[in-house]
Design a protein around this ligand. Structure first.
Ligand SMILES: Cc1cc2nc3c(=O)[nH]c(=O)nc-3n(C[C@H](O)[C@H](O)[C@H](O)COP(=O)(O)O)c2cc1C
Length: 287
């Protein structure tokens, strides 16, 4: 009875929408467009925002401690961030395009991705909307691909991945088309629908591919496909990176195996690397 009541309360509570704003600009496009989407979500919900550029996110030390079940030695805001993502019902990630990529904070977070394994069971399947804002047409570079990579390694279910032209703050909401887009995204975020890209990878939608003699390999999910005479994509093999948590956690097992392999080969490795130890001079700024 008590359990049933708790399930009912959980089902009836307002949904929690978390916005990860990767722009330092107050009331910039990332922030206002996200808030516009939130206004258009028909389900009762709360909106929490995190300005990612204000967080302290340190570089991964490549110690593999977290993979082996130890605490991460970097004391920063990663645990806070992952906790908030895990507690949300939907996530909106919004980044400006900076030098043909997403804001660098996205890559900083991605580089700590071994920590995602610990929350994957709770983040998997969560609806997500990815937004990037660019000032110059055709200069979005790899920004959408970076956001899609983040979503993939968190196991998020991408409802839409949109690139929106807007140079000045506020410009993203200066035309009716974009306001209609925000309305559409708000409507579908908690539905079974998604906005599909017409020309993206047939497995995950990413638009950046590696070209090989046998066809294309998606740079996010690593699925492979070709193009037929009619110009349609023909799926060859999914990349297998995307999958349910138990599948993605196999990567952690592989990493654990690499640590074991390192221990076994340590003597041989040291013989190779030690002779390079004193070569060159490291230069550091005066503090
Ligand atoms: C450092 C910097 C680099 C930028 N690089 C690009 C770029 O490579 N391509 C582009 O189209 N716009 C670029 N822009 C423009 C921003 O993407 C655009 O102004 C966006 O609307 C900013 O979003 P915000 O208002 O949420 O901060 C750059 C802006 C800055 C400040």
């Amino acid at each position: 009875m008590e359990k049933r009541r708790r399930i009912d309360i959980e089902k009836n509570r307002p949904k929690r929408v978390l916005a990860l704003i990767a722009s330092p600009r107050t009331l910039g496009n990332c922030e206002i467009f996200t808030k516009e989407i939130s206004r258009r979500i028909p389900q009762p919900h709360t909106l929490k925002l995190i300005r990612l550029t204000s967080l302290s996110i340190g570089p991964c030390r490549a110690c593999y401690g977290c993979v082996m079940g130890k605490a991460c030695p970097v004391e920063d805001d990663m645990a806070f961030l992952l906790g908030e993502i895990a507690n949300a019902d939907a996530v909106i990630v919004a980044s400006p395009v900076y030098y043909l990529g997403a804001n660098a904070i996205i890559k900083n977070i991605l580089d700590r991705g071994f920590l995602f394994f610990d929350v994957l069971e709770r983040t998997y399947g969560k609806p997500a909307v990815l937004l990037d804002f660019f000032g110059i047409p055709d200069r979005i570079g790899m920004a959408p691909q970076m956001l899609e990579t983040l979503a993939m390694f968190l196991g998020l279910s991408v409802k839409a991945s949109l690139s929106i032209e807007a140079a000045l703050p506020g410009e993203s909401l200066m035309n009716k088309k974009n306001i209609a887009l925000a309305r559409r995204v708000g409507k579908i975020i908690f539905s079974a629908r998604r906005l599909r890209k017409k020309k993206g990878c047939p497995f995950c939608g990413c638009e950046i591919v590696r070209v090989t003699p046998d066809g294309f390999i998606c740079t996010v999910c690593h699925g492979s496909f070709t193009v037929n005479a009619g110009g349609s994509f023909v799926r060859k093999k999914d990349g297998g990176i995307i999958g349910p948590p138990e599948h993605m956690l196999l990567h952690r097992e592989w990493l654990k195996g690499m640590k074991k392999r390192f221990q076994e080969k340590k003597k041989e490795i040291l013989q190779i690397i030690i002779p390079y130890k004193d070569e060159g001079e490291w230069v550091e700024p005066d503090r």
